[in-house]
Design a protein around this ligand. Structure first.
Ligand SMILES: *Cc1c(COP(=O)(O)O)cnc(C)c1O
Length: 468
């Protein structure tokens, strides 16, 4: 036996009990809830015991450091999540940051509907009302569609369309469009769950009309087209245009559904947006049904928007799954406000559309103004600058479509850019920025009104030594 192990006490025995550590945290910060103090203490002590058991001697044998760590963990547990962050990445539709930010008007509409509302009551007659009639009417007016319906998100919309139109039968899709969107959404998997049989046609890079023609048989229920939301194909490629596919569908009596992923309901071609981003134009090319997300380019709440032929949409509405996949009242109210804003031609009030259409000259002026506010920090080993940058739209939309943007750059001689970015991320509010070439890049394109002040405060807190 190793004589040392007899004399040396097990370090785990020096750790306090969970209750004692939890009390120490509550004494430091009385407003923290009991459950968070207890949970933080338990998690921290579990982790410490485990690492001590592996023979490691972690940082926190001393009670002061232990209580400080537990307090930070309790604060994090007590925080409401998701909570607000400042998006300084330049990526307007950032999946990890909640995609499209809602306009203040949409937020107010959702808040107003959060209590009792006329969600399913027709106030004039006192009879039961249709919860989505108001948004459907606006969607029809914006897109020219015969009918519209909404689901919880676009994945739900596609599932509902496939289940309604093709359950137990075959759906023909190009191999070039069997995409994975991220966050585990894969077109073939959704099709399997919808109980449809996938018939792949063409090759990864080339699919022709004759490929679809040859695949159509007695079991075929529909032709599906999926937008390549997050990648581009270049080189020796061929795909069948929607118009040609729709003509084939009409000839064979088969519905054509297009999953657009992301789309707008206003024409942004003058801002350089690709024409397929306009949902109404896809219907005019002959699609029977198109679906897309509410919180990508549309700039509204999470939702799945479906536009198309009335008979098809009525069948989708009657599908028992529709109830399971429906949009909630907060989303409906925020969506209604957003659509009303588009109908009134006020698209600049929608943050995503405003961000994506702001000219580079205006962004340059904003970046310079922000750098000016921070100028006094540019001393003692801190370097500040302004640079033109390319920003992507993000969120699996418009791949290959980069926008000219402007960034404020920050670097410090005493701290790495990654360490500075990490400190900004845990600030209050957190600021999320990019790091490149040893610098933190703060892109002004995605800053919302009032964010400049928050960025300034966050940078001051991160760079200035604390006052003693
Ligand atoms: C984003 C996307 C989806 C999923 O939409 P959600 O609203 O996230 O459910 C489906 N299909 C395509 C092509 C997409 O780009």
């Amino acid at each position: 036996m190793n004589p040392e192990s007899q004399v040396k006490p097990d370090p785990r025995r020096s750790l306090p009990a969970v209750g004692r550590l939890a009390r120490a945290v509550r004494e430091r910060v009385p407003e923290l809830p009991d459950w968070a103090c207890a949970e933080a203490a338990r998690q921290l002590l579990d982790a410490l015991r485990a690492s001590m058991g592996r023979g490691e001697h972690p940082w926190a044998a001393d009670p002061g450091a232990l209580a400080e760590r537990a307090e930070a963990a309790a604060r994090e547990l007590a925080r409401i999540r998701p909570g607000p962050v400042v998006n300084a990445t330049g990526i307007a539709i950032h999946t990890n940051l909640g995609r499209a930010p809602l306009a203040p008007g949409a937020v107010a509409a959702a808040a107003a509907a959060a209590g009792y509302s006329d969600l399913e009551l027709d106030l004039a007659s006192g009879e039961r009302g249709d919860r989505s009639a108001a948004v459907a009417l606006k969607l029809e007016r914006l897109s020219g569609a015969e009918a519209a319906l909404v689901a919880n998100n676009n994945a739900a919309a596609l599932l509902l369309a496939l289940d309604t139109l093709a359950r137990g039968r075959e759906v023909v899709v190009s191999r070039g469009e069997l995409v994975e969107i991220g966050g585990s959404f894969r077109v073939p998997d959704v099709m399997e769950r919808a109980g449809v049989r996938l018939v792949e046609v063409g090759t990864t890079n080339r699919t022709h009309l004759r490929d679809y023609e040859q695949a159509i048989g007695a079991e075929t229920a529909l032709l599906l087209k999926v937008h390549r939301s997050n990648f581009e194909q270049r080189g020796y490629v061929a795909e069948v245009e929607l118009g040609a596919l729709a003509a084939l569908g009409r000839e064979r009596g088969l519905p054509v559904v297009e999953d657009l992923g992301s789309a707008t309901l206003v024409n942004l071609a003058r801002h350089g947006f690709p024409p397929e981003a306009d949902a109404g134009s896809r219907l005019r090319l002959g699609a029977d049904v198109v679906c897309f997300s509410g919180d990508k380019l549309l700039g509204g709440p999470q939702a799945g928007l479906v536009l198309g032929r009335r008979a098809v949409l009525d069948a989708m509405r009657r599908n028992p799954l529709a109830r399971a996949l429906r949009l909630d009242k907060l989303g409906l109210a925020a969506l209604d406000w957003t659509l009303g804003c588009l109908l009134a031609g006020r698209e600049r009030e929608i943050p995503v559309l405003r961000q994506l259409t702001t000219p580079a000259a205006e962004l340059m002026a904003r970046a310079r103004a922000l750098a000016e506010r921070l100028a006094d920090l540019g001393t003692e080993g801190v370097e500040l600058g302004c640079l033109p940058e390319r920003a992507f739209v993000g969120g699996g939309t418009l791949p290959g479509f980069a926008l000219d943007s402007w960034v404020v750059t920050v670097s410090s001689r005493v701290r790495s850019a990654a360490a500075l970015a990490a400190q900004l991320r845990v600030g209050d509010p957190p600021v999320v920025a990019r790091v490149r070439d040893g610098r933190v890049l703060l892109d002004v394109r995605t800053l919302l009104p009032g964010d400049e002040g928050r960025v300034e405060a966050a940078l001051r807190a991160a760079l200035e030594p604390p006052a003693v």
